[in-house]
Every structure is written in structure tokens, then in C-alpha cells.
Design a protein around this ligand. Structure first.
Ligand code: NAD
Length: 505
């Protein structure tokens, strides 16, 4: 095994030709010496080689994290000191904002605006948890007579954090920040398609003063590294964001060691547009709701339901604006829709569209792979609107994870709620109406973790994010997330003047 201690962590060029694992405070090649390449989805060009973690590396990372947790000082630092270091991480990220944005665009093919927003949110997540952890308190509970009870939060231990490719840095921040804020040690397994910014985040954590072994980053395959971490006896918790089928497997495997589990899974989020909505706002919000991040969003509003008496007006405006969306150079401000992550995903998206068409759906616009001038070797899909669809079509039921939306009509509020809830998923949802009472009534009936009322955005630092039903459980991005990285200890004490003798002997 070759360690790379000679290369200082500070201020490494973010955009470089090779990236390595981070284990026990060192940049390391993998034990096997294997590497894999990452590709820019917009161009199909290779960006860099990345050390490929295997089970041996995962084991080293677990040992390092265990050692740091059981015998290290991080969890024993005064909370203000951990908070300061989180702010320092955010400060370094702010100072290197443009580099992070550039790297994220290269690794994912996403548009400049999307990458900028996500990198900024990742920074703000660290700032949020730096503040939130300071007031993360236990409770004092009512007790009879001379008894007293209070609770304390203790960090849960070593956490495996498995993240997807659609928001690589932001998903890493959602997990890393709360876990280290409370004093846990972590092993992050980024998606193999997009490992670069998570690796850089690990380097920044070290630069900011997080002690060796607290933050370990092990890119590698899910079957191999991910699975090993999920089953490992010395890992106390697994926090997973990814698809529902993999989430189910993880829950099953984690049960053998009774690991704590949080699952942020897939979605098929509905958007309900009522006749009294501000139509322009509903159209613009729906456009963002599905085509942002090229539709590769867990909370993409991929099923739109429009009240029948405004359906024609909505569709006219929605189709017109969809046709104006620009695909192309992700680095340009005027590009709205970036690339699709890889060829497999491109084919999955097209498969859903073609199967819907075979079942009778109408393609209002889009409907095929896009050829983008200057980016012919990249992976692109036309923003697509499907109508004449039914609830039982795969395109309406399944998560497509691409720029494809289905639109149907509803008659009244009751039918809108029924259609919205007719899904195995329950992550996001949107309601467009000027009637506040209706918005309140409908939001109470929607089976989803997030309801956006006249609002295109779903996630701000501090707002709980997570799903109902098959979209998983546990909430990220909020104060409550800190609880999910802690055990609660209840301390029951007696301060009476007479000693207790419960058995009377
Ligand atoms: P995925 O489930 O294929 O992979 C996610 C991660 O799990 C990757 O790092 C992968 O390597 C790893 N993995 C795969 N098999 C594994 C196994 N057997 N054991 C352990 N780890 C394993 O998902 P993806 O394609 O990377 O991401 C897209 C999915 O993520 C979509 O379904 C999307 O909705 C979901 N997502 C959800 C949220 C949310 O907050 N709910 C946010 C972003 C993405």
C-alpha cells in the first residue's frame, strides 16, 4: 500500500488528473492499486482517474473511523470548537466556490446555475449545522419528589454515508455536516459516477482541522464497498440516499447488526395546478420542478395534474416555454438544461418515453435523445411532455429520473388529492392555488414529506427533507437530523435526604 503523506492536503488543485481515497487523514491510493475514470457527461471525455476503493480499503476506513471515535478527541471537543471548524470548512468552500462549481459541472454535466445553487447550499449546510449544534440540547423531565431526570445526546459512533450521483456535493454536505457536528466519525462512499467533489470535501475537512480518521472518503462500487460498510459490525449507522430498490436491500442487510438506518429514496412527486392559480407562476414553477438538474432530482415534480377548465391554457404556455429551454454548454449562464449522467441513464429515460408512446401517450414536445451542437459525444435528452397518459402507465408510476413529465387533468379537489396520492412514493409535492384555505386543506391530505405551496423550491438549510411511503424515512437538512446521528441517554437520579430501600429489607 502506498500512502501519499508527502502531498500536503492544503490547497490541492481541485481540477487535477488524479484523485485518491482519504483514510485516517491521508490521501491514499487503494490497496489494490486499481483506479477508475470519471467522465464528463456533457462531452463524453475522461476527466480524471480515481483510486478505486475495495473491501480492504473499506476495512481500513472503518478501523480509522472506529479509532478516531473510540480513542480520538473530536467527540470530546467542546461543541463550540466543532462548530468553529464547521464554519471553517464553509469558509474554505466559499473561498474556493468557483473551483467547486467547475468541478461539479465537469463531473455531472449539470448547468452552471444548478451547480452554483447546489454548491452554495452545501456551504450553507455547514454554516447551518455549525449554528444548530450549539443549541442541540437534551431535556429535563418532570419527576416525582426528589427524583430528577435529564437526557443527553451522545454521538452514535461510526457512520457509513452512501450518496448518489445527482447532487454529489450537496448530498455529501447533507450527511457529513450533521454527523461530524455531533461528534461522529464517518466513511463516505460517493457514487462512482461522480466522486470528485466528495473527495475534495474530505480534503477541505482535513484542511479545516478535522482530526485524522473522523472523515474518510472511499469511492468504490456499491456492491463492494457500500455493501461491506452496511454489513460491518463496527459501523453503528448507515445513512443512505439513492434509489428505492437499493434502499430496501440496505435496510435488510443492516438489520443483521441492528444498525440505525436513514433512507432518502426515490420519488414521483405530483404537482396540482388549480383553476384559481397564478397561471404564469404555476407554469414557471412546473418548468423548474421537472427540468431543473435535467430532471435528475429525487423531488422532481414529474406528474402534473391540472384542473380541467384551465388545462388548455396551462398546456399552451407550458409547451411554449419548454420549447424555449436551452441545452448546451453547461458553463454558460443561458443554458437551462444540462446533460444526462451517462448512456445507461439516457437509454432508461428513452425506454420510458417509448413505452408510454406504445401505450398511447402523446408526445407534446421532445421525446427523444437530443443532439447538441458541439456536444455530440455527450448524453442529452430533449425536455419532454407526455399527455394522454393513465395512472397505470410505467411513465406515470415509476421514477424516470430525466427531463420527462406527464400531464393529466382533474375535475375537483377530491380527484386531485386522489391522483396525487396514487403512488407508492411520497417525497415531494406541489400545490398551485391562490386560495389559502384550499392550500392548507390539500397539503394536510397529501401523503408526502414535502409540500410546496406556490413555490418551486423544496430545500433550504433548516427545512426537513425526506419522504413518506417508499421514499424512505428520516429527515435531513434540519435540526432533527442531529438527533439521527445521536443516541439519547436518560439519566435518572435521586437526591432525597433519606436513602431509598425499594425492597424494604
Ligand atoms: P443508487 O441507489 O443506484 O446508488 C446510490 C448509492 O448507493 C451509490 O453510491 C451506489 O454506489 C450505492 N449502492 C448501490 N448498490 C449498493 C448496495 N448493494 N449496497 C450499498 N450501496 C450501494 O442511486 P443513484 O442512481 O446513484 O441515484 C439516484 C437515486 O437517488 C434516485 O432514485 C433518486 O430519487 C435518489 N435520490 C434521493 C434523494 C432524497 O433525498 N430522497 C436525493 C437524491 C437522490
Amino acid at each position: 500500500m502506498s500512502t501519499m503523506k508527502e502531498q500536503p492536503i492544503e490547497q490541492l488543485d481541485m481540477k487535477r488528473s488524479s484523485y485518491h481515497l482519504i483514510i485516517d487523514g491521508e490521501r491514499r491510493e487503494s490497496v489494490s492499486g486499481e483506479t477508475f475514470t470519471t467522465v464528463n457527461p456533457a462531452t463524453g471525455e475522461e476527466i480524471a482517474r480515481v483510486s478505486k476503493g475495495t473491501i480492504e480499503d473499506a476495512e481500513l476506513a472503518v478501523e480509522a473511523a472506529r479509532q478516531a471515535f473510540d480513542h480520538g478527541k473530536w467527540r470530546h471537543f467542546p461543541v463550540n470548537k466543532r462548530s468553529r471548524i464547521l464554519n471553517k470548512i464553509a469558509g474554505i468552500m466559499r473561498a474556493r466556490f468557483n473551483e467547486l462549481v467547475e468541478l461539479e459541472i465537469l463531473d455531472t454535466g449539470k448547468s452552471l446555475a444548478a451547480a452554483q445553487g447546489q454548491v452554495m447550499q452545501a456551504i450553507e449546510d455547514f454554516e447551518f449545522y455549525a449554528g444548530a449544534v450549539v443549541s442541540h440540547r437534551g431535556s429535563v423531565n418532570a419527576m416525582p419528589g426528589a427524583f430528577q431526570n435529564h437526557t443527553e445526546h451522545e454521538p452514535i459512533g461510526v457512520c457509513a454515508q452512501i450518496i448518489p450521483w445527482n447532487y454529489p456535493l450537496m448530498m455529501a454536505a447533507w450527511k457529513v455536516a450533521p454527523a461530524i457536528a455531533v461528534g461522529c466519525s464517518i466513511i463516505v462512499k460517493p457514487a462512482s459516477l461522480t466522486p470528485l467533489t466528495a473527495i475534495v470535501l474530505g480534503e477541505i475537512c482535513l484542511e479545516a482541522g478535522v482530526p485524522a480518521g473522523v472523515v474518510n472518503i472511499v469511492p468504490g462500487s456499491g456492491q463492494d464497498v457500500g455493501n461491506y460498510l452496511v454489513e460491518h459490525k463496527k459501523v453503528n449507522k448507515v445513512a443512505f440516499t439513492g434509489s428505492t430498490p437499493v434502499g430496501r436491500k440496505i435496510m435488510e442487510k443492516a438489520s443483521s447488526t441492528l444498525k440505525r438506518v436513514t433512507l432518502e429514496l426515490g420519488g414521483k412527486s405530483p404537482s396540482l395546478v388549480f383553476a384559481d392559480a397564478d397561471l404564469e407562476a404555476a407554469v414557471d414553477g412546473s418548468l423548474f420542478g421537472i427540468f431543473y438538474n435535467s430532471g435528475q432530482s429525487c423531488e422532481a415534480r414529474s406528474r402534473i395534474y391540472v384542473q380541467d377548465n384551465i388545462y388548455d391554457d396551462f398546456m399552451r404556455m407550458f409547451i411554449e416555454k419548454t420549447r424555449k429551454l436551452k441545452l448546451g454548454n453547461p458553463f454558460l449562464k443561458e443554458t437551462h438544461v444540462g446533460a444526462i449522467i451517462n448512456e445507461d441513464q439516457l437509454n432508461v429515460i428513452d425506454g420510458f418515453v417509448q413505452s408510454a408512446v406504445r401505450e398511447g401517450a402523446t408526445v407534446e414536445t421532445g421525446g427523444q435523445k437530443a443532439v447538441v451542437s458541439g456536444y455530440e459525444n455527450g448524453y442529452w435528452y430533449e425536455p419532454t411532455i407526455l399527455t394522454n397518459v393513465t395512472q397505470d402507465m410505467e411513465a406515470v408510476k415509476e421514477e424516470i429520473f430525466g427531463p420527462v413529465v406527464t400531464v393529466m387533468k382533474f375535475k375537483d379537489e377530491k380527484e386531485a388529492v386522489r391522483l396525487a396520492n396514487d403512488s407508492e412514493y411520497g417525497l415531494g409535492s406541489a400545490i398551485w392555488t391562490k386560495d389559502h384555505a384550499r392550500a392548507t386543506r390539500v397539503s394536510k391530505q397529501i401523503e408526502a414529506g414535502i409540500v410546496m405551496v406556490n413555490c418551486p423550491f423544496s430545500a433550504f438549510p433548516g427545512t426537513p427533507f425526506g419522504g413518506y411511503k417508499q421514499s424512505g424515512f428520516g429527515r435531513e437538512l434540519c435540526v432533527e437530523t442531529l438527533d439521527l446521528y445521536c443516541e439519547t441517554k436518560s439519566i435518572v437520579a435521586y437526591y432525597g435526604s433519606k436513602p431509598l430501600n425499594p425492597l424494604g429489607i
